[in-house]
Design a protein around this ligand. Sequence first.
Ligand SMILES: [Zn+2]
Length: 302
Amino acid sequence: MIRRNLLIAIAAMAIVVPAASGQEDGEKKFRAVCSTTQVADFTREIGGDRWQVDCVLAPGQDPHIYEVKPGDSRMVAEADICVQNGWHLEGDDWMLNLAKDANKPLVTCVTGVKALDFDEDGTIVEDPHAWLSPINAAIYVRNITEGLKKIDPDNSAEYDARADYYVTQLRSLHGWIQKEVNSIPRAKRILISHHDAFHYFASTYGFESAAPAGWSTGDEVGAGITPQRRAQVVESIRSYKVKAIFVETTINPEVVRQIAKDAGVRVAGALYADSMGPEGSVAETYFGMMRENVIKIVGGLK
Ligand SMILES: [Zn+2]
């Protein structure tokens, strides 16, 4: 009997401990399911301890070509809200469909961002990589904040306060990036990586950007590697005397390495474009990944 009572006591503790470690006893956490590591990071920052935030993509996974797994639907079924990037970053709209199928509210982070467009033989494609400018990241944060407030209006002031603080930090990051890139002469601000992820970064900080693959690593209109684009990139590297080009952490580096060889330039590291770094790495947060990118870009090009 003593042993049985002890087991009951331990079982009771196991139930009590997780609730006590989060917030007030017994208060259930809200749950958000996010598509990409960046939007999950923003959501964690705004939701604080009141939210459990899960991410469909693991660090290093490519959102353009991701295929949904049964576990993703199960995770979304438990969610109070879903959060996606939008503008087809999520390939065939896999996050939109997951949310729709489970009848869950969905925040689309690019809402309100001024799109940079690609004209692909008359088809206009909105470039989805808007978070790579901190000015746009602030719009993402505000959209997520509004989404969380709708689910938990009682704590709206708290979410607004976290958003205000985060946006202040984004402004500081923007100032720091401007200062850093100013050490690269204008003529040398040419950013070449695997796919066209850096247009927003480039337009904010005065770079030209080019890539052998189009706006997506998948096979959507105007996406993927073409021999013409590859040849243009090699030509640009030579004619603009670009010192270095970059691979990306979510993509096999072989194509860029071969281009670097053909054009006679070096590869100056792997940039974080479509994903943040793994847990425990310096790039496991948005601020960390942006800082790493800028340090690599400045080091490679100036
Ligand atoms: Zn991308």
